[in-house]
Write a protein that binds this ligand. Structure first.
Ligand code: GDP
Ligand code: IMO
Ligand code: MG
Length: 432
């Protein structure tokens, strides 16, 4: 059989574009679904048969029993959160131990990483990032500083010793930041109480197949198996190209697939990028098209724009084409998915940002000073379609005004639209 390539599906905005739903829909086309970066900061929502599921680090192919799911080396695992995720699946009749493999090289998030996340945020004061408090920044920091603990280490006899050493360093750092360790709580528990549960949940990890996932994935490709890499967060939260420092700590773009799964650039196939028909962002940082008015509130309410991980209200605004074009360029997007146009069914006018106005000058590139300068969006109006979409069973059923809007997105990005999603449910994806 001919060798195959890894297809990629990732977010082109600030996260929450609907990645989980689309991966679930695409899973029947693939043999393996693999996460390559991020950790439990992600919240990927899937809906089918009237039930909603939220996944954090388990790939969104998990509901398809015959498909394999892989947590790659680039992902961060918080064993306690992972255990909760596994248990939630068990309650729904899904036994993840059967079709989920985990890289031994994936790094662990310790309870004290979560403490450091809170300490760092507190120390930043009004400049805080608004992280998910899941320990992402500190755990990736330890990885890069070559201090981290990895999944494979749980099988070693000196694991506890190395854990204590790292924790001790974290406590010192937190104290140097004048952080109140005694008052710190995770899920209402003190650090010590939570640590005891965290240690127990290591046993859950041991029940899974811990593999050298880079060999596994490459072997799958050699055998012609189809592999889909599932992104977390979004391109504008990328550590290098996002709105730094208001970003996450991983490489969220296509390049991250290579280092997060151990596949060569020449083995990357299609790159499917997802964008909402508007924009959202959780946490702090620049957001040129943000709406502070009733329209923004309507997008938030009708789009149920509340974080799947933290429950925080998401900031909402119009679609940002300079940011979308940037994301398409960085990722080499070959196909676009557009989600949630249905949220704007009642809108008279839909606006899109085509350029940024900086001091009266129009620019279309994301400036280095993204965080610090005042950016006014240059907006273009589109006529709303003022119709329900629920009756649409194919792309051609979509109202003309919506088609005009979608055509404009294709033209502005130079990337063809592959499909449009019109509800949270698995069945409502209309392929072009
Ligand atoms: P992810 O992090 O990219 O997987 O996205 P989230 O799950 O955090 O957020 C997307 C939200 O939008 C979830 O609540 C989905 O159920 C919902 N959703 C996905 N696609 C659509 C759609 O086409 N229309 C509507 N109304 N909701 C959608
Ligand atoms: P999914 O995969 C939206 C945001 C946080 C914060 C910043 C840094 O569901 O799209 P972190 O905890 O990573 O250090 O926080 O990144 N953030 C997300 N926003 N969706 C996500 O994941 C996110 N993961 C992190 O809100 O602004
Ligand atoms: Mg999400």
């Amino acid at each position: 059989m001919a060798k195959s390539k890894v297809d990629v599906l990732l977010g082109l905005q600030w996260g929450d574009e609907g990645k989980g739903k689309i991966v679930d829909v695409l899973t029947p086309e693939y043999d393996v679904i693999a996460r390559f970066q991020g950790g439990p900061n992600a919240g990927h929502t899937l809906e089918f048969n009237g039930i909603k599921h939220v996944l954090h680090i388990i790939p969104s192919g998990i509901f398809h029993e015959q498909k394999l799911n892989v947590i790659g080396n680039g992902v961060l695992i918080e064993p306690r959160i992972f255990q909760d995720e596994v248990n939630a699946l068990t309650e729904k009749g899904v036994d993840a131990t059967k079709n989920l493999y985990i890289s031994q090289k994936a790094h662990l998030i310790l309870p004290s990483h979560r403490m450091l996340d809170a300490a760092n945020e507190q120390a930043k004061g009004s400049a805080k990032i608004g992280t998910t408090h899941k320990g992402i920044g500190p755990a990736y920091t330890d990885k890069i500083a070559r201090n981290g603990l990895r999944v494979g280490d749980i099988l070693q006899s000196d694991f506890r010793e190395r854990y204590e050493l790292l924790k001790c360093q974290h406590v010192q750092t937190a104290l140097s930041l004048h952080f109140d360790l005694k008052a710190f709580r995770i899920d209402g528990m003190s650090l010590d109480e939570y640590e005891a549960l965290w240690m127990q949940s290591i046993e859950t990890l041991r029940r899974f197949r811990l593999i050298n996932s880079e060999y596994f994935i490459n072997r799958c490709l050699d055998e012609g198996k189809r592999v889909l890499a599932e992104g977390a967060q979004g391109s504008m939260l990328d550590i290098d190209f996002g709105s730094y420092p208001f970003v996450t700590s991983s490489s969220t773009i296509t390049a991250g697939v290579c280092s997060g799964l151990g596949v060569a650039p020449s083995r990357i196939g299609r790159v499917m990028g997802i964008t909402k028909a508007y924009c959202t962002r959780v946490g702090a940082g620049p957001f040129p098209t943000e709406l502070f008015d009733e329209t923004g509130n309507t997008l938030c309410q009708l789009g149920h724009e509340f974080g799947a991980t933290t429950g925080r209200a998401r900031r909402c605004g119009w679609l940002d084409l300079p940011a979308l074009r940037y994301a398409c360029m960085l990722n080499g997007v070959t196909d676009l998915f557009v989600t949630k146009p249905d949220v704007m069914n009642d809108f008279d006018t839909i606006r899109v940002c085509t350029a940024y106005d900086v001091d009266g000058k129009q620019i279309t590139e994301i400036p280095f000073e993204f965080n610090t300068i005042e950016i006014k969006p240059v907006l273009q109006d589109y006529k709303g379609w003022k119709a329900e979409l629920s009756h649409c069973k194919s792309y051609n059923d979509l109202p003309q005004q919506l088609r005009t809007y979608l055509d404009a997105i294709e033209q502005e990005t130079g990337v063809p639209i592959m499909a449009v999603s019109i509800s949270p449910d698995r069945k409502d994806v209309l392929f072009k």
